[in-house]
Design a protein around this ligand. Structure first.
Ligand SMILES: Nc1ncnc2c1ncn2[C@@H]1O[C@H](COP(=O)(O)OP(=O)(O)OP(=O)(O)O)[C@@H](O)[C@H]1O
Length: 307
């Protein structure tokens, strides 16, 4: 497989602060990649470097096989910031026409391309001026604008964080539609969005990658978390004390009164030992529910442990 983005040991310092501290990242061509981290983890800094908008202190960056910011690579990258800005008096078509002019696209191609993009982003037939758009519509127009030149790589900084659930869904569906047509790299702190749409993910914290790879790989990466088990029991505090420190348990949280959420590395062991522990304490087990570990379980476990 060919990498659309390859970052090795990237460091960026601001004075004494290391915003990026040896970041490694690989994004395969044609994939949808989630760049996931809490606030301040270093996502925007890394994206700015790979777009050629900032320089690294040290480390290697190749984008579409080239140095970031080089004249041959920049036109092949589409970028949408978290809050895309437009002239409020323009219509969506006018915004896209002016972007097409900047890229010097021929008029015939431009018309077809704009129709396609308005269709793709659900803005076809919308005659209102951009000033009256919802945040979701602005975000979709920002994505259309970033795609005007049919880029090989689309980079989006937090494309869904300001949107309501419906707006988020529309944008995520749009990103999913791009799979295979263009490589998509988007930063986010929203785990469900990554789970919904990404092929691969990198979880970063304090300017480093904690784990990266396919969703399945990442789900099992943190101490090999296999499953999440929700236990409804009449005295959760006593059960918690009894379970704490057992080698097959990674985290125990009280998620609601009477409910414990366990993440476990060995499901067989958990299925055998849990009822036995409950019985030994003389507790009443009201309900047990089990599911695959989610990315959220992994993320909270990993980032929580680092802090
Ligand atoms: N120009 C700057 N000068 C000084 N420190 C900076 C600068 N830009 C970023 N930082 C610091 O570098 C770290 C990483 O910031 P960055 O914006 O890349 O994080 P992020 O993951 O994008 O966070 P967010 O989700 O909040 O945007 C933070 O601690 C931030 O305060």
């Amino acid at each position: 497989m060919t990498a659309a983005v390859e970052i090795t040991q990237l460091v960026k310092t601001y004075g004494r602060h290391r915003a990026l501290d040896g970041l490694d990242l690989r994004v395969e061509e044609g994939s949808v990649h989630g760049f996931l981290g809490a606030n301040g983890a270093g996502k925007t800094t890394a994206l700015r470097i790979l777009l050629g908008l900032a320089r690294q202190t040290s480390g290697g960056v190749r984008v579409l096989g080239q140095e970031p910011g080089s004249a041959s690579v920049s036109p092949r990258i589409g970028y949408c910031p978290d809050v895309p800005g437009f002239f409020s008096w323009m219509t969506a078509r006018e915004v896209l026409e002016s972007s097409a002019r900047l890229f010097g696209l021929p008029t015939g191609t431009t018309r077809r391309r704009i129709d396609e993009l308005l269709e793709l982003t659900g803005l076809r037939g919308v005659d209102a001026r951009v000033g009256g758009y919802s945040r979701g519509m602005r975000q979709r127009l920002g994505i259309a604008q970033a795609l005007i030149n049919s880029p090989a790589l689309l980079v989006l900084d937090e494309p869904t964080s300001a949107l309501d659930p419906l707006g988020r869904r529309v944008v995520l569906d749009l990103l999913a539609e791009l799979r295979g047509r263009t490589t998509v790299l988007f930063s986010t702190h929203l785990l469900p969005d990554v789970e919904r749409v990404c092929d691969t993910v990198a979880i970063i914290d304090h300017g480093r990658v904690l784990t990266a790879g396919s969703l399945a790989h990442v789900r099992t990466a943190f101490g090999g978390v296999q499953a999440r088990i929700d236990v409804d029991v009449d005295d959760p505090a006593r059960l918690r004390d009894a379970l704490e420190g057992l080698p097959w348990i990674v985290t125990i949280d009280e998620t609601a009164p009477g409910m414990l959420a366990l993440t476990v590395t060995d499901l067989d062991e958990a299925q055998t030992r849990l009822p036995a522990e409950v019985a030994a304490l003389g507790l009443r087990l009201r309900r047990v529910e089990q599911r695959d570990a989610s990315l959220e379980d992994v993320f909270v476990g990993m980032v929580g442990v680092q802090r």
